[in-house]
Design a protein around this ligand. Sequence first.
Ligand code: ASP
Ligand code: CP
Length: 337
Amino acid sequence: MGSQDFDPAQKGEPDLLNHSAEQLNGSLKGKDILSVRQFDTPTLDRIFYWSIEMAEIARKGYKADFLSRRILANVFYEPSTRTSSSFTAAMERLGGSVIPINEVTYSSVAKGEDLEDTMRTLERYADVIVLRHPEMGSATIAAEAVSIPLINAGDGVGEHPTQALLDYVTVRKEQGRVNGLTVTMLGDMRHGRTVHSLARLLSLYDVKLNYVSPEILRMPPEIVEELDAKGVRQTEFDSLAQVLPETDVLYVTRVQKERFDDPAVYDSVKGLYVVTPETLQAGKESLTIMHPLPRVGEIAKSVDLYTRNAAYFRQMENGLYVRMTLLAGVLGKLPTT
Ligand code: ASP
Ligand code: CP
């Protein structure tokens, strides 16, 4: 939302790292969703319960009318399958409609129009904007430019808050709780916006976090420090074998090829970790394996057969229900969020 909606004295300077995002305090109505830092556990509880309601609505197969006559501008400056299509499906399941800008090459961005002017244009046609963009902080800049709610669908190596929310819902559904769990994140901690958001969100709970990666793909120090200051137990490892036996949730990630300047460096770290059925032998029977997807070989397809453990397709489905909740929430159509 634009600065006219806030007290400028409180709002301060725009903050490229999404630090200025407004706390939600249980109400999504009219708010931007830029960072997981905006959430607290009561708000997360409500999102969890609403996402279960939304699953029911989606399952019944008829269009609910929560969002009739509402329009979403779904703007993707980077590739997406799940986030883009689940926001579209979410809007349509709730009776709304979508302006899809999935390929900015065919919009006036290709003529050189900047992000802010593009957002100001779409604001005139839509009630809510979803934005994915390659630069960290872009969602905050875009939100400052408009007065309708804006949802960050991934800002470069920054955050992917709606992914973290669906990850949280998945952990809670699969394990029945969040407190007391050991969550091991595997792969590209440095560039993976999903792990940046998820680690921050889980810091609201009593969890133990393990980060398994090669040296050059470690979790950014500012995130480790931020979570240290909150007293979160975090440990870095090189090998999964060191931590798998104690792990409740294994969150596997793709090495983010598109973030490397030097292809040789990417080649040196890609394919270092591959989860196979043999990997599961050392894990708990109740182990939940997650992945934000797309996968490019980090989880062998044969693991998909371990349906109790392999939660990544259920995880992706939860994205639809969480995004139905968020859209209805920011558009003021949920009684309790
Ligand atoms: N789809 C997720 C993202 O956009 C994860 C990935 O691409 O590896 O961040
Ligand atoms: N998890 C995720 O964001 O997937 P997409 O990149 O396909 O949207």
